[in-house]
Design a protein around this ligand. Structure first.
Ligand SMILES: [Fe+2]
Length: 195
């Protein structure tokens, strides 16, 4: 497989990851869990920026243009809520547990896939592309570690709803702070700073 196809596989998975975070964001808002929705809002923004940077890298590093096609439904909301109104969704703890497990699995599978692609890029001797994808692997690995650690805290209190609800403000604050920091990374230019 050539570099372009391998990088496009990463790009396609990252595109679907945005849909995954969007569905988690919508789900957590529906469950009134503002901390969890901020968690996914941050990743939606951060990964959208990473995805754009990858597309720019593909366009300059290979001979081909990146053409984004619409992604398939990731199916999280469909499987956990369907079309039911809030009054009929039943046990929220089970929904929250399933959502966290789906999130852990999503990032684990992504990490595995990107690592395999990085190895193939190394095997064909494209070191710039290998190093690029390896940085993405590091990012996903960091996210996966945060998820696993948080699932341990949830398991430690057996997904206690009052405890989950009481944590939301602190988690929201953490991710809104990270969101603000994310946009601060863009440099200030001479013009338009007062806008
Ligand atoms: Fe993610």
């Amino acid at each position: 497989m050539k570099t372009f196809d391998l990088l496009m596989d990463v790009s396609d998975r990252m595109k679907q990851a945005l849909d995954f975070h969007r569905e988690q964001y919508d789900l957590m808002n529906f469950l009134s869990l503002s901390g969890y929705s901020a968690w996914h809002e941050f990743h939606l923004s951060e990964e959208s920026s990473s995805k754009n940077k990858l597309k720019a890298f593909i366009s300059t590093h290979t001979d081909y243009i990146v053409s984004d096609e619409p992604t398939k439904d990731v199916g999280l909301i469909k499987s956990l809520i369907g079309k039911k109104p809030r009054s009929e969704i039943g046990n929220r703890v089970e929904i929250i547990k399933s959502a966290w497990e789906a999130y852990r699995k999503w990032e684990y599978d992504s990490c595995k896939m990107y690592s395999e692609i990085a190895k193939q890029l190394s095997d064909i001797g494209d070191m710039p592309a290998y190093l690029y994808v390896n940085r993405i692997v590091d990012d996903v690995h960091g996210e996966l570690t945060e998820i696993k650690n948080y699932i341990v805290t949830l398991e430690n209190h057996s997904y206690d709803m009052p405890q989950i609800q009481s944590e939301q403000d602190t988690i929201a604050e953490k991710y809104i702070y990270r969101l603000r920091k994310l946009y601060k990374q863009y440099p200030k230019f001479h013009h338009f700073n007062s806008l």
